[in-house]
Design a protein around this ligand. Structure first.
Ligand code: MSP
Length: 508
């Protein structure tokens, strides 16, 4: 089989803050894709990390009374810890204060200089530290940035990137690659932004020190975005473009980002890359933002959602499931206690939990604790088995478009059909009249459950492992390559004694 590679990244997170639901959401969505692609036979590189330079971090360190390096060493750990708790499967974690990154960002800078795309000029404008962005006088609303951030007048010598030169090339690139930015609303937004005209971009600062110095001009520090974005190539070995890793994984398959940072990823980043003679990534997906019980999430309102707290309250897999099922991926969504409890109790405990619990318990009690023997399948049996095994095709195409909610819908349609099938076949009555048919019915549902267990490994890894363990599926037969009927459950395999995998949530 030929080798297949898949490279997926999350944004690197600012370390001036504790991880919140936004960080967890972006990385979770990426984690599901990384897991799915691994199960589907790809060699996956899944990168996340922390963005540790810039004025914002310098200020946060000062407020904390710490040296910047000590501060970032400490806070970066919170993001690793979040990954451990949410079981993120990233196989690289980059910190922009690492040597490999300094080397790569510096090399990218030098390349842009060499190509004539960076020049020294003078900058004067309104700068918002919070957004790490410059604004035009005409952008300001009531003396503040359009985002509400405070701005200050900054005048300093600065290096510029010739972004204006790339306007037409970017538009041509978007045209030739209709899937480059998703969802469509974001794509349209980006295209109209670029069409409205691109000005050269200031890419260095002299007003602070905490960053990577500009080569040969150490009074200047590289602007945080040019530096931060280059993390995506650092992690695959840049500047060694001929390295095995770079060859396998660049261009990146997907940069997962929030809607607030789509411009940096879909405009600046491909321009930097094209200017450096490198290929742009294949796709940028910008997801929406969560509100909390209908309110915008903000520190000042004190309604920031701590993902670790959510996991402690509801359990890891219910949280993973809820975040990706509740809201169409790409749209904004609202977090509410009622909604998560409803999802947990109805979709997980009732629909999926009961399906497994009632069939596995019946088989355990009535078929000597084993996967039952089956007889010839009826059309109804075959329809359900086919629906379950065939779902992989839909899941692949939906996840290729990052439509997590639709992928979960596909699985829950199967679960609904399987529950209706049992109700209709009534194995509890067959127990008295036709035990062989009872065995066949239970077998069909358990085999459907095996497929569900295989797919759900991407979304709810712990629960899916419990499902597959319960059914006695060998650990080395849990990738999608084993979905076919050659690897169906073997009658006579020992079942584990079933215990509920998705208990109901009872508020106390
Ligand atoms: N450091 C930059 C990214 C550089 S990438 C080269 C950055 N960091 S961040 O820590 O602010 O990133 C936050 C991520 O969380 C973004 O993807 C953002 O969209 C996401 N969210 C922040 N608040 C959010 C919600 N309320 N809801 C969902 N996601 C949100 O930007």
């Amino acid at each position: 089989m030929s080798e297949k590679f898949y490279y997926i990244t999350t944004p690197i997170y600012y370390v001036n803050d504790k991880p919140h639901i936004g960080h967890a959401y972006t990385t979770l969505a990426s984690d599901v894709l990384a897991r799915f692609m691994r199960l589907d036979g790809y060699q996956v590189k899944f990168l996340t990390g922390t963005d540790e330079h810039g004025q914002k971090v310098e200020q946060a360190a000062k407020t904390a009374g710490m040296a910047p390096q000590d501060f970032v060493d400490k806070v970066s750990q919170n993001f690793r810890a979040l990954g451990d708790i949410l079981k993120f499967s990233n196989n690289d974690f980059i910190r922009t204060t690492e040597e490999r990154h300094k080397k790569s960002a510096t090399a990218l800078w030098n390349k842009l200089v060499e190509k004539g795309d960076i020049y020294l000029g003078k900058y004067a404008g309104w700068y918002a530290v919070r957004d790490e962005t410059f604004y035009l006088e005409t952008d300001l609303k009531d003396g503040k940035a359009p985002t509400g951030a405070d701005v200050e007048w900054v005048e300093e010598p600065s290096y510029f990137f010739r972004l204006s030169k790339w306007q037409d090339k970017l538009l041509a690139f978007y045209e030739e690659h209709p899937d480059f930015i998703a969802p469509t609303s974001r794509r349209n937004e980006v295209i109209s932004f670029v069409k409205s005209g691109l000005r050269d971009l200031s890419v260095s600062r002299t007003s602070f020190k905490w960053g990577i110095p500009v080569p040969n001009d150490p009074d200047h520090i590289m602007y945080v975005w040019i530096e931060a974005l280059s993390n995506y190539i650092t992690a695959v070995g840049y500047p060694d473009e001929l390295s095995d890793t770079f060859q396998k994984f660049w261009p990146c398959d997907l940069h997962m980002v929030g809607k607030d940072i789509v411009k940096f990823h879909a405009v600046y980043w491909p321009a930097f890359l094209m200017a450096a003679g490198l290929q742009p990534p294949k796709r940028i997906f910008a997801h929406g933002w969560w509100t909390n019980e209908g309110q915008k999430i903000s520190k000042s309102l004190g309604n920031v959602i701590d993902p670790i707290n959510l996991v402690e309250t509801y359990g890891l897999d219910p949280v993973r499931y809820f975040l990706l099922r509740e809201v169409p991926f790409g749209s904004d969504g609202d977090f509410s206690k009622t909604a998560i409890i409803q999802r947990l109790n109805s979709n997980l405990a009732n629909d999926l939990g009961n399906l497994i619990q009632r069939t596995a318990s019946m088989a355990y009690k009535n078929c000597e604790g084993m996967i039952p023997h089956f007889q010839e399948f009826t059309q109804e049996d075959l329809d359900l088995l086919y629906e379950a095994s065939n779902a992989l095709k839909s899941l692949r195409s939906l996840l290729q478009e990052q439509l997590f909610h639709k992928a979960l819908d596909v699985l829950w349609t199967i679960i609904g059909n399987a529950n209706r099938y049992i109700d209709h076949q009534a194995p509890w009555s067959l127990k008295k009249t036709d035990t062989q048919r009872m065995g066949t019915v239970l077998y069909v549902v358990l085999e459907v459950t095996r497929h569900l267990g295989l797919y759900l490994q991407a979304f709810m890894p712990d629960s899916a492992t419990k499902i597959l363990d319960l059914l006695g599926v060998p650990e080395d037969q849990r990738t999608f390559a084993y979905g076919g009927c050659d690897f169906s459950l073997k009658a006579g395999t020992q079942l584990q004694e079933p215990t509920p995998i998705f208990p109901r949530y009872v508020e106390n």
